[in-house]
Design a protein around this ligand. Structure first.
Ligand code: GLU
Length: 296
């Protein structure tokens, strides 16, 4: 019989040592969905004697604001969470992400993409697809086969470009991949479902997918506990981990808190924020209960 020292099963996760995290983007006030996610990860770390990290995913200068970041610290502390110091702020580590891109580029799995949103929409409709409202179809691959000398010329001419991953080429290097989700069970990684995603944007030379993967590895995150809305992204993160030589963490994508209409809470739709609830005079235990995390 295999024996794993200090190993505990927790809600489907195998744990010998656990480091988990909450990684918000300071682009708005935290709402109950964020509180649910943060508390789920924090409680798991507490239960299993693990570490809980907080990371600011603030690479987008046009959307992130210092007052949102300050409110995240304040709301989470008010809710009873504590975290390790220092807090990593992605905006302070551009050279680290650039080094990751350079490694991927050396593997030959990146290509420049000059398409605008309109180019992509035109190409998708030319191919006969009609996305439904709110649906984003995978990139149709327009720039994948631009001859390298043309691409180099366009870059030299100063045309803005993003860097995309050539998923088929990347998979031909890594071979088939899998990952384990404590909620959904073993998963075969299918990054092609997301298409050739952007790893460096036109405006900032990095992306959520690149930075989250590199930081979870750097910070020794063993268990990624986050909402089901990021389940699909994990297929791509697994591919990036394999390309960059990282071990796969375990995952738990928890169900999302929904409003009365069954839709996921979102900052864009004006979901009720933690600071509103505080201003209404609720106490932390009330807000934790509304976030679906009962006190014990
Ligand atoms: N920064 C991402 C967000 O706020 C979450 C990242 C993650 O948990 O992987 O949606």
């Amino acid at each position: 019989m295999t024996r794993i020292v200090n190993c505990v099963m927790h809600a489907g996760m195998t744990v010998s040592h656990l480091t988990t995290r909450f990684a918000p983007s300071p682009t708005g006030w935290l709402h109950l969905g964020h509180a649910h996610s943060a508390l789920t990860a924090f409680r798991t770390a507490q239960d299993l004697n693990g570490q809980f990290l907080l990371r600011m995913e603030n690479i987008d200068p046009s959307r992130c604001r210092p007052e949102y970041e300050a409110a995240i610290f304040e709301d989470l502390a008010w809710l009873g969470l504590s975290w390790e110091s220092p807090v990593r702020r992605q905006s302070e580590h551009a050279p680290y992400y650039a080094a990751g891109l350079a490694r991927l580029s050396a593997l030959g799995v990146l290509y420049p993409c000059f398409c605008t949103r309109r180019d992509i929409a035109t190409e998708i409709s030319r191919m006969g697809f009609a996305p439904h409202a709110g649906e984003t179809l995978p990139y149709p691959g327009t720039c994948r086969n631009v001859p390298p000398e043309d691409a180099a010329q366009r870059m030299a001419d100063g045309q803005p470009y993003a860097l995309r991953i050539n998923v088929a080429r990347a998979l031909s290097i890594t071979g088939p991949l899998s990952w384990l989700d404590a909620q959904a069970g073993p998963q075969k990684a299918m990054p092609a479902r997301l298409g050739d995603a952007i790893l460096a944007r036109k405006d900032v030379p990095m992306s959520y997918h690149l930075c989250v993967t590199m930081d979870d590895a750097l910070q020794g995150v063993t268990h990624i506990i986050r909402g089901h809305d990021l389940f699909e992204a994990t297929h791509l993160h697994r591919l990036l981990q394999a390309l960059l030589g990282y071990d796969a963490p375990q995952y738990r994508h928890h169900p999302l808190l929904c409003n009365e209409n069954g839709q996921k809470l979102s900052k864009r739709d004006g979901a009720i924020t933690i600071r509103d609830l505080r201003a209404q005079g609720l106490c932390p235990a009330d807000v934790r209960a509304r976030a679906g995390i009962a006190d014990r």
